[in-house]
Design a protein around this ligand. Structure first.
Ligand code: UDP
Ligand code: MG
Length: 318
């Protein structure tokens, strides 16, 4: 009996990648050829370039590559929205037209060979396969250190992200459908995808240098991405304010004892006692009040996201 081979869609977000795209697309098409020759994927598998409002000739390059090989498809966003949005647009475009989608950056810093392993795990029934960097040797010391600080901060804030995983991953059609239910506009896919659940696996790979062009993620963009990542998933920073206010209020008792004893020992100047007492008490009360107000805002923040409240995994229904 002939088993039908899975159609794999490789989704590539592209912003000003005219230099890298021809090289990357050629390598990815070669990889698809090889995998379909090995009987791993359907020959109908394809690549989708999601052009993120590039200002250079990226779209022209995509059109040319599409004319050469119809397995290279393209969509173009109306304007530059950022990597996460270009990627989501691509994933939603292939959702009903593939069995699984792999997302990878246009610069092939993430070794495309790992796709073979991802697809094998998918065939074995895994729904989400995360690509995880085995080393960060090609990153600068600065990028390595800040990235590690970022991951541990995320975890402390209660996010479920996968360590050293960027957006290089395979998602089954079912996982893509569930992803489509997340209606939030502040996108941080690395936080959303682990929330989906389902069976997951990890593939490790070496991170390389860009094949061409330069990074589209300068420090400022990276920083704002990290802040979005935490504030879109966690109301913990608000709770920290509340807890600090509460702790200060407890410390106030000790401070008050000190202030009063100084007063009774006549070792203070006029007005010091009342000023000190009001600064400490009012300060901690204000912090706690902001925390309380913040807790409500945090609840509103979680409600307005209209995230799906559950995902059904299996169904026995007849
Ligand atoms: N990218 C995008 N929109 C942007 C910035 C980047 O679609 O506004 C794409 C870019 O073309 C690449 C991927 O996101 O495919 C990752 O960007 P880059 O390699 O520049 O980031 P780095 O690897 O340096 O963090
Ligand atoms: Mg890169």
């Amino acid at each position: 009996m002939a088993v039908s081979l899975p159609v794999i869609a490789i989704v590539v977000p592209c912003y000003n990648e005219e230099a890298a795209l021809p090289i990357s697309v050629a390598r990815l098409l070669g990889l698809l050829d090889r995998m379909s020759a090995d009987g791993l994927v359907s020959p109908d598998s394809y690549i989708l370039c999601s052009n993120d409002g590039s200002r250079d000739g990226t779209w022209g390059v995509i059109e040319r590559l599409h004319a050469d090989d119809k397995r290279l498809k393209g969509i173009s966003l109306a304007h530059n929205r950022g990597h996460q949005y270009a990627l989501l647009a691509g994933l939603m475009a292939v959702k009903d037209l593939c069995d699984a989608a792999v997302s990878i950056d246009a610069d092939l810093q993430d070794d495309p060979e790992a796709i073979v392993e991802m697809v094998k795990l998918f065939v074995q029934g895994k729904e989400i396969v995360y690509g995880v960097r085995s080393s960060r040797a090609t990153d600068t010391w600065f990028k390595r250190t800040t990235a590690h600080a970022f991951y541990s901060l995320q975890h402390r804030m209660g996010l479920d992200t996968v360590y050293d995983h960027a957006d290089y991953r395979l998602m089954s059609r079912r996982a893509l459908e569930l992803l489509g239910e997340y209606g939030e506009s502040n996108l941080f896919l690395r936080g959303i995808v682990p929330q989906i659940g389902l069976d997951t696996a990890v593939v490790t790979y070496e991170r390389h240098e860009r094949v061409a062009g330069e990074s589209k993620y300068p420090l400022a963009k990276m920083l704002s991405f990290s802040i979005d990542g935490i504030t879109s998933f966690s109301a913990k920073p608000i709770r920290i304010i509340f807890v600090v206010g509460l702790v200060l209020l407890l410390i106030d008792v000790l401070v008050a004892i000190y202030i009063f004893s100084s007063y009774f020992a006549h070792s203070t100047i006029d007005g010091w006692t009342s000023i000190m007492l009001s600064v400490w008490f009012l300060g901690s009360l204000i912090l706690m009040s902001i925390g309380v107000v913040g807790e409500y805002i945090g609840k509103i923040f979680n409600e307005v996201k209209h995230r799906p409240r559950f995902a059904i995994r299996d169904r026995l229904w007849d």
